[in-house]
Ligand binder design. Structure first.
Ligand code: NDP
Length: 311
């Protein structure tokens, strides 16, 4: 990993390079599992409806899986499908021995309750890590060994990145901005598990700036473009910008042109941070790589193989 642009010599933490290296490690593990056990990890990606963004995500996930040697299977249901239809597909996939990971792309159409669907996925096949059994296991720190949690991909990738960059995180002051079930809360759990001192801030937090300024590690996951400014940052802090916000392009006369920015004002903070993930090219690519890693972990747990250590 020494050739990756994630070490302390570069302020901009190259998420693409980290994701590529993780994908390579996943692909090698897939080859080993096939050679040693004749098994190919299988991932089912389920999409209900025709939401254009979801279609792109699903296609990218499928292609990334195939590239890593994972057998990816797409399941498409129409926008008007009932909850019963989807539950019956999930139940088939739970019983299918060739499928080790199940991902149901969110959001779902209004007639389908996402928590009912997530709750129906076999927790050992829940590669998104959203099932209550997995969130419970994560909250009690059961992230390795038998009956370990499947960990949501974005926070898992952020923790891997932080450990690659900083080594042991124990004793560091971490602030997580955002308390969603898919990013903020699991991120906080993973940082507690890494023995950081963790504060979780949200829309009702008073004096956010002051709290953020304490952080050796600041993870921003609020969905508010460029909210975090230079005077929110402790000098030398490591900043992980999870936010993906589309705003009108700043350098173009065409009013229809847009650009992606994070929750952190990159230009304003770059001189003061120790390191920061850019948007795009930071956390985004790592999330998909972690989905592949989780699929391999799921295949290993279901077959009693040793769980890979991706470090
Ligand atoms: P949610 O909207 O579910 O949660 C946002 C959180 O931010 C909430 O806890 C909310 O507080 C808090 N918040 C909102 N506004 C403020 C504010 N002004 N001050 C303080 N806290 C605030 O978002 P997600 O967690 O799903 O996603 C967050 C961002 O991360 C989004 O931009 C999303 O696109 C991106 N994302 C990126 C991924 C990637 O792969 N890079 C993956 C997943 C998400 P409260 O709870 O009080 O409402």
């Amino acid at each position: 990993m020494s050739n990756l642009n994630i070490g302390p010599d570069s302020k901009v933490i190259d998420g693409k390079a980290f994701a590529e290296s993780l994908r390579e490690r996943v692909a090698n593990k897939v080859k080993m599992i096939k050679a040693d056990h004749g098994l190919i990890p299988g991932l089912a990606v389920v999409l209900v409806g025709e939401d254009p963004a979801s279609q792109i995500y699903v296609r990218n996930k499928g292609q990334a899986a195939e590239k890593a040697g994972i057998r990816a299977k797409d399941y498409r249901l129409s926008k008007s499908s009932s909850e019963e239809n989807l539950l019956s597909l999930v139940s088939e996939l739970n019983a299918d021995p060739l499928i080790h990971g199940i991902l149901v792309q969110l959001p779902l159409p209004r007639q389908i309750d996402p928590s009912t669907i997530i709750g129906a996925i076999d927790p050992v096949k829940d590669v998104d890590g959203f099932h209550e059994i997995n969130t419970g296991r994560l909250s009690i720190g059961k992230i390795t060994g038998s009956n370990h949690a499947m960990i949501p991909c974005t926070p898992l990738g952020c923790r891997m990145l932080l450990e690659s960059r900083l080594g042991d995180l124990a004793g560091l002051e971490a602030v997580v901005l955002g308390r969603s079930n898919i990013v903020g809360k699991p991120m906080a759990q993973l940082l507690i598990n890494a023995s950081c001192t963790v504060t979780v801030a949200h829309s009702k937090t008073k004096d956010l700036k002051k709290i953020c300024r304490r952080a050796d590690i600041l993870v921003a996951a609020v969905g508010r473009p460029k909210m975090v400014q230079f005077d929110w940052i402790k000098p030398g802090a490591t900043v992980i910008d999870v936010g993906i916000n589309r705003i009108p392009a700043s350098t173009n006369e065409n009013p229809n042109k847009t650009e992606l920015v994070g929750d952190v004002d990159f230009e304003s903070v770059i001189d003061i941070v120790g390191g920061i993930t850019p948007v795009p090219g930071g956390v985004g690519p790592i999330t998909i790589a972690c989905l592949l890693a989780n699929t391999v972990v799921a295949a290993c747990s279901q077959n009693g193989f040793e769980i890979p250590n991706w470090n």
